[in-house]
Design a protein around this ligand. Structure first.
Ligand code: K7E
Ligand code: CUA
Length: 639
């Protein structure tokens, strides 16, 4: 492994970044060194108050510092991208699919919110799924992770959390659609989401908000001492919560070790406070390393309390299960409020980013069970810059960390960080400016045992002046950076505006995903209705069942007559076998848009409560006779 010891002074040239970021910082805040700035207590609430030192500049002063890169990222018309990138949609509640390196948005997969574009939440099945998952109209997706087998993406499923309502969803990657959602008991603010590796045996939901458990008003609601947060382990097939572990403090992000033993979470508020001031009082927080086999043994042995039908194991520091030399949860002390955590591809280290501290903590995974003092498992603490949030890998021994406050991505050498003194800047190889204030970043296949090492996306929270103005809500800016050439250094390749608000992503080579071109009727519960098999039947005094097909350019019935007040169950099969030949059933004034892709069958149940004539039509433009693809729904008035 050869490491190029380029520093930001020379490596920055290609990106046109300031030669000396320290000097730039000094000029912004005369007399204050950046390190002093952190020490001076600016770190407390600093992320809020600072929202990036870029905000110390007026919009006009913020110059695009990157010149166009030489790297060819073009994907000619008609050609395919090399990678799929799955990005969370934040408060939009969806997952987006980009092609990489073009950054073209290929799909938006609705997860926690209805979406007429895909008929999601408009047919009985998806409506029922959303209803049973709590009936909310939105979610806050942060961390989409693709299932793995043997430490590599298997292209079967993606999982994503809902921070807003404590849920976890599964996306079926054969059909690119959400097929299961679990509302996690005893957990509010499901933030981190990740799998037990290498074979995705469990999905973990990381509980961020501390609440009374159970949170049903039965205990003392005022006393924060009575609050807790849990890690939830979910079965990836059934999507049932198998067990939970109660811990001290808030948890934040999470990642699994590559061989199945540990699950790591960062945390803040070990103080157990309820105000910003209380939550940041202590200079230390911790990373928790959950020992999964030991937790499962405790569950097996009946060492738990059942709360809301889930076995909850006590993993707090004073729990009997954490005394002695085989604790179920190791509490590894770190500087205050670490945010992102990710395990290196070779499973040697878990790296936690400092957020309110300018360092990252490199935890030696093999040492966790060996050391007497958990603090000794931290074997490196490089000084990276201001506001380190998340870290990704290229598989060549480098780590890439976002610096929220500095608006930079820093590339550093992992082994060098282990060899250097704590607090040393020597592991830093180079820094590149991003625009502006990055949250997550993700490198191609960085979450697997073999990262691709070519592309990296920085998910920037502010775009400020980068795009045509579109009113007070600016787009986010997802920036593509080429990291495949250690000589040339990181190269900014393109800006890509994004709808609010991607947090994290998983990037998977196209060869590992095999999407269906049409539905396999065997995969659907509803029965296929072919041409000639259509039926319309009054099954009850006030209930009509319709089963019909759709094809270019008509439906199985040209008209359907029901009575005012009838409940109508309308089931439609798209009998097309040609890919991309979608139809839909749009029913005016009934709030229904049922999409049917080729070979797909869907059903929607509605009440015909207003007499009149309603032109059912197809909203997917399917052929030259698309406008003629209609059918009359006649609702006769009650006698
Ligand atoms: Cu940093 Cu949810 Cu991973 Cu947002 S989290 S950025
Ligand atoms: Cu079918 Cu338009």
């Amino acid at each position: 492994m050869s490491h190029d010891k380029q520093r930001s002074t020379d490596a920055g040239a290609s990106s046109g970044q300031p030669a000396d970021a320290d000097a730039e910082f000094d000029s912004l805040l005369p007399g204050l060194r950046r390190r002093d700035f952190v020490k001076a207590g600016a770190a407390v609430g600093g992320l809020g108050g600072l929202a990036g030192c870029t905000s110390l500049l007026s919009d006009e002063d913020v110059e695009g510092t990157a010149s166009a890169s030489e790297v060819d990222s073009s994907v000619p018309p008609g050609e395919h991208d090399e990678y799929y990138a799955f990005l969370s949609g934040g408060q939009s509640g969806d997952v987006r699919v980009y092609g990489l390196p073009s950054m073209r948005e290929l799909a938006r997969i609705p997860v926690f919110q209805p979406d007429a574009g895909r008929g999601y939440g408009h047919d009985d099945e998806s409506r029922q799924m959303l209803e049973e998952a709590g009936g909310y109209t939105w979610g806050d997706t942060h961390h989409p992770r693709i299932s793995q087998t043997d430490g590599d993406y298997d292209g079967r499923f993606a999982y994503v959390n809902d921070k807003a309502n404590g849920r976890m969803a599964r996306i079926d990657l054969t059909y690119f659609e959400t097929d299961a959602i679990v509302d996690i008991p005893n957990q509010q603010g499901t933030h981190g989401a990740c799998a037990q590796l290498p074979d995705t045996d469990l999905i973990f939901g990381v509980g961020e908000f501390r609440t009374p458990i159970p949170n049903d008003g039965s205990g003392d609601l005022e006393d924060p001492e009575e609050y807790g947060s849990v890690l939830a382990a979910i079965n990836p097939e059934s999507m049932n919560v198998e067990w939970e572990v109660l811990v001290d403090g808030n948890m934040d992000n999470g990642d699994g070790s590559k061989e199945g033993q540990y699950f790591f979470t960062t945390g803040y508020n070990s103080e157990g406070g309820v105000t910003e001031e209380e939550m940041t009082r202590s200079a230390r927080d911790n990373v928790k390393a959950f020992d999964i086999p030991r937790i499962e043994a405790a569950v097996e042995a009946g060492d738990y309390e059942t709360i809301n039908e889930v076995p909850v194991v006590d993993g707090r520091q004073d729990s009997p299960l954490n005394q002695g030399d085989e604790p179920i949860v190791h509490y590894i002390p770190t500087p205050k409020s670490p945010h992102g955590i990710s395990v290196t591809p070779d499973n040697q280290y878990a790296i936690a980013s400092g957020k309110l501290d300018p360092t990252a903590s490199v935890i030696d995974i093999a040492a966790i069970d060996e050391v007497d003092d958990p603090a000794d498992a931290i074997v490196g603490q490089p000084q990276l810059g201001l506001g380190p949030l998340h870290t990704a890998y290229d598989g060549r021994g480098h780590a890439y960390t976002t610096l929220f406050i500095d608006s930079q991505v820093v590339k550093w050498d992992i082994e060098e960080a282990v060899e250097a003194e704590a607090g040393s800047e020597s592991p830093v190889i180079e820094k590149i400016d991003v625009h502006y204030n990055p949250g997550h970043l993700i490198a191609a296949e960085s979450y697997t045992e073999n990262p691709a090492g070519d592309w990296l996306i920085s998910l920037n929270k502010l775009s400020k002046d980068r795009f045509l103005p579109v009113g007070p809500q600016h787009p986010e800016n997802d920036q593509l950076i080429y990291i495949g050439d250690d000589e040339a250094g990181m190269q900014l390749v393109k800006d890509s505006p994004a709808h609010a608000e991607p947090h994290d992503a998983s990037i998977c080579h196209k060869s590992k995903i095999d999407p269906a071109k049409t539905y396999d009727p065997e995969d659907l519960d509803l029965e296929y209705t072919d041409q000639g098999e259509e039926t319309m039947e009054r099954v009850d005094d006030d209930r009509v069942e319709i089963e019909m097909y759709s094809t270019r350019n008509h439906y199985g019935f040209q008209e359907m007559t029901v009575r005012e007040g009838d409940t109508v169950e309308m089931q439609v099969t798209n009998i097309e076998t040609t890919s991309d030949m979608l139809h839909s059933v749009a029913i005016p004034d009934h709030d229904i848009h049922m999409r049917v892709a080729p070979q797909e069958t869907r059903k929607a149940t509605f009440t015909a409560d207003e007499p009149g004539v309603y032109w059912i039509y197809c909203a997917h433009f399917c052929s030259a006779l698309h406008l003629e693809m209609r059918s009359r729904l006649i609702v006769q008035p009650e006698e």
